[in-house]
Design a protein around this ligand. Structure first.
Ligand code: GRF
Length: 232
């Protein structure tokens, strides 16, 4: 089988970014190491100078910038994004620090294959500044969630979550770093489950191999041995 045929058999992914791209890096690393059998067909940024673009270029992945400021309306931006994504014919569309709110037409177009990572244990702390809000709330644990995207912002069915303890003396920065380590571990895993066809959604809940997963998915301790955390 030649390279082209092999690539066709692998599952296509398009990653949308806006910034630093450490989750993108974790996904790239997972593909490279063989832990995630996927083909990243494109990385698309809403920000021209996003460091994530440089990471993609270094990995030899085609990059595109679709600058939201160049469009009069969000719908036009979404349409341009959809055209670019669809040209790559991906199985999954992965949001990795993509900072634009997507419209319902976009979300409907990719329903069931649009995945996001959010830095909190949803449904706690949807939206921005999650680490500071978690600290303020006095929560003993915080974490990250990978979920399917639906019309409700940060409200879609949860694929996997990972919790970390909030430690005395934590600042939003130290807590963010601890959570980020978990993000880099669970995002490639969730994408692998999806591409392997192991996920289904029933009554708003995600099933893995037809089974309901425990609330908040895997904890740090339970999975520390199975997937090595990667940082970007
Ligand atoms: C991550 O914390 C992710 O959960 C959130 O945005 C951040 C992106 O970081 N959606 P990076 O660009 O992947 O480094």
């Amino acid at each position: 089988m030649n390279q082209h045929e092999q690539n066709q058999l692998r599952c296509g992914v398009v990653v949308l970014v806006s910034g630093r791209g450490s989750n993108l890096q974790a996904i790239i690393n997972a593909v490279r190491s063989g832990r995630l059998p996927a083909e990243i067909r494109a990385v698309i940024s809403s920000e021209p100078g996003a460091p994530a673009l440089a990471r993609a270029r270094t990995a030899g992945i085609p990059t595109y910038t679709i600058d939201h400021r160049e469009f009069a309306t969000r719908e036009q931006f979404d349409q341009a994004l959809m055209r670019r994504i669809d040209a790559c014919n991906p199985r999954a569309v992965v949001l990795a620090g993509f900072m634009r709110i997507l419209g319902n037409a976009f979300i409907d177009h990719y329903a069931g294959r649009l995945i996001n990572i959010h830095p909190s244990l949803l449904p706690a702390f949807p939206g921005l500044n999650t680490h500071a809000r978690a600290l303020q709330s006095g929560a003993s644990h915080h974490g990250a969630s990978v979920h399917f995207v639906t019309h409700e912002v940060d409200g879609g069915p949860i694929i996997i979550q990972a919790a970390v303890p909030v430690l005395p003396g934590d600042t939003p920065e130290t807590l963010a770093e601890r959570v980020l380590g978990e993000e880099h571990r669970i995002y490639p895993l969730a994408i692998r489950w999806f591409l392997d066809g192991r996920l289904s959604v029933e009554g708003g809940r995600v099933l893995l191999d037809g089974q309901q997963r425990p609330e908040q998915g895997l904890t740090h301790q339970e999975t520390a041995h199975s997937d090595t955390p990667e940082t970007g």
